[in-house]
Design a protein around this ligand. Structure first.
Ligand SMILES: NC(=O)c1ccc[n+]([C@@H]2O[C@H](COP(=O)([O-])OP(=O)(O)OC[C@H]3O[C@@H](n4cnc5c(N)ncnc54)[C@H](O)[C@@H]3O)[C@@H](O)[C@H]2O)c1
Ligand SMILES: O=P(O)(O)OC[C@H](O)CO
Length: 338
C-alpha cells in the first residue's frame, strides 16, 4: 500500500513512523507544507521540531512536493493537520481529483470565524460541504503521539460510513503495537474526540487547583454525560461514548500529563493567561478552539453542557479558575443520569 500523511506535526509523524515501521511493503510518505522542515527531517531522519528523538524507519519518506503531485499514486490519504486546516486541505484534495480513501486525525469542531453567524461543523460535515465525492472517515481514539512513535500498545477506532475507508485504515495501521476497531458511527466518534479535549482543559484546571481525586472523578463522570447528551442529540449512538473515542480518550487526555489540553488547564490554574498557556505548548490544543463551537452546537440542539460552558467562560477570561469551580458546585441538585 502507498499512503501519504499530510501534516508533519507530532501526530502525523508518529502515525507515519508506526505504519512504516511495522508493515513490510508499505510505502509511507510524510508530507509537510514547509520545505525547510522537510530538509531538516531528511537530514536528521527524524522530526526535530514536532517529535524529537524518534528515528524514522527506512520505509518512511518525506516530501514537500506540491500537494496535487504528492498524492498521485497513493492508495490512502491521511490528513494530520489541526482542525483549522481541514477545510483547505480537503479543498486541495478535491481539486487534485483524489479518488482514494481519505481519513482525518483532527479532533475538534470547526471554529466559527469572528463576525460570522452559524454553527461550527464536525469534520465529516466540513467534508460533506467541500468534498462530498470523497470516501472519507476519521481515525481517532486514545493515542499520545510519543507513545505510538515509541511502539507502545495503542488502540484506535476507524470511523466511517464507507466500508472501503474502514478497510483501508485497518490495512494501513492494524499492525504490531497498533490495534484498530471499526465503527460506522462517525458522529459519535467525532463528538467524543472534540468534547474530550474541552473536558481535559477542565480536568487540568481541577488538578492544578488541587481539588482532589474525588473532584476529578466527578468531573469526568459528568463530562462523559455531557459528551453523550450532545452526541445523541446530533445523531450518535450512545454506546459509542463507552468506546475508545469516548470514555477511552476522555480518560487518557484528562489524566495523562502528555496531553496539551490538560496542560492548558494546569497552566490557567497557575495564573497564566490563555495566550501564555497556548504559546508555551508549541503544539495545537484543539479544545481551546473547539470549546465555543461545542457549546454553540449544544445550545442549537437544546442540550445543557455546564462544564463545557464554564470552560468557555474561563477561556474568554470572563471568570477566574476559582469562580469556575464555585459556579459548577453551586448548581441546583438534579437527578443522576443523562
Ligand atoms: N499529538 C497527539 O498525540 C494527537 C493524537 C491524536 C490526535 N491528535 C490530533 O491531530 C491533530 C494534529 O495534532 P498534532 O499533535 O500533530 O499537532 P502539532 O501542533 O504537533 O502539529 C500540527 C502540524 O500541522 C501542520 N499544519 C498546519 N496547517 C497545515 C496545513 N494547512 N497544511 C499542512 N500542514 C499544516 C503544522 O505545520 C504542524 O506541523 C489535532 O487535531 C490533534 O487534536 C493529536
Ligand atoms: O495532547 P492532546 O490533549 O491534544 O491529546 C492528544 C490525543 O488526542 C490523545 O488521544
Amino acid at each position: 500500500m502507498n499512503l501519504i500523511v499530510i501534516g508533519a506535526g507530532a501526530w502525523g509523524t508518529a502515525l507515519a513512523i508506526g505504519a512504516a515501521r511495522h508493515t513490510a511493503g508499505h510505502q509511507v510518505t510524510l508530507w509537510a507544507r514547509n520545505a525547510q522542515q522537510v530538509q531538516e527531517m531528511q537530514a536528521a531522519r527524524s522530526n526535530p521540531r514536532y517529535l524529537p528523538d524518534m528515528a524514522f524507519p527506512d520505509g518512511l519518506q518525506v516530501s514537500a512536493a506540491p500537494l496535487a503531485q504528492a498524492v498521485q499514486g497513493m492508495d490512502l490519504v491521511i490528513i494530520a493537520t489541526p482542525m483549522s486546516a481541514l477545510r483547505s486541505t480537503l479543498q486541495a484534495l478535491a481539486a487534485a481529483q483524489v479518488r482514494v480513501p481519505v481519513a482525518w486525525l483532527c479532533k475538534g469542531f470547526e471554529a466559527v470565524a469572528a463576525g460570522h453567524s452559524g454553527v461550527g461543523l464536525m469534520p465529516h460535515e466540513v467534508c460533506a460541504q467541500v468534498a462530498p465525492q470523497l470516501a472519507s472517515g476519521a481515525l481517532s481514539g486514545p493515542s499520545f503521539a510519543q507513545e505510538v512513535a515509541r511502539g507502545q500498545p495503542t488502540l484506535l477506532v476507524a470511523a466511517s460510513r464507507h466500508a472501503i475507508v474502514r478497510q483501508a485504515l485497518l490495512e494501513a495501521f492494524h499492525t504490531g503495537p497498533l490495534r484498530l476497531y471499526a465503527n460506522e458511527d462517525i458522529v459519535g466518534v467525532e463528538v467524543g474526540g472534540a468534547v474530550k479535549n474541552v473536558m481535559a482543559i477542565a480536568a487540568g484546571l481541577c488538578d492544578g487547583l488541587h481539588l482532589g481525586l474525588n473532584a476529578r472523578a466527578a468531573l469526568l463522570t459528568r463530562g462523559l454525560a455531557e459528551m453523550t447528551r450532545l452526541g445523541v442529540a446530533l445523531g450518535a449512538k450512545p454506546e459509542t461514548f463507552m468506546g475508545l473515542s469516548g470514555l477511552g480518550d476522555l480518560m487518557l487526555t484528562a489524566t495523562g500529563d502528555l496531553s496539551r489540553n490538560r496542560k492548558v488547564g494546569l497552566l490557567l490554574a497557575q495564573g497564566l493567561t490563555l495566550a501564555q498557556a497556548v504559546d508555551s505548548l508549541g503544539h495545537v490544543a484543539e479544545g481551546v478552539y473547539s470549546a465555543h463551537t461545542v457549546v454553540q452546537r449544544a445550545q442549537a440542539v437544546g442540550v445543557e453542557m455546564p462544564i463545557a460552558a464554564t470552560v468557555v467562560e474561563l477561556l474568554d477570561g470572563h471568570i477566574t479558575p476559582q469562580a469556575a469551580v464555585q459556579r459548577l458546585m453551586a448548581r441546583d441538585p438534579k437527578h443522576e443520569g443523562l
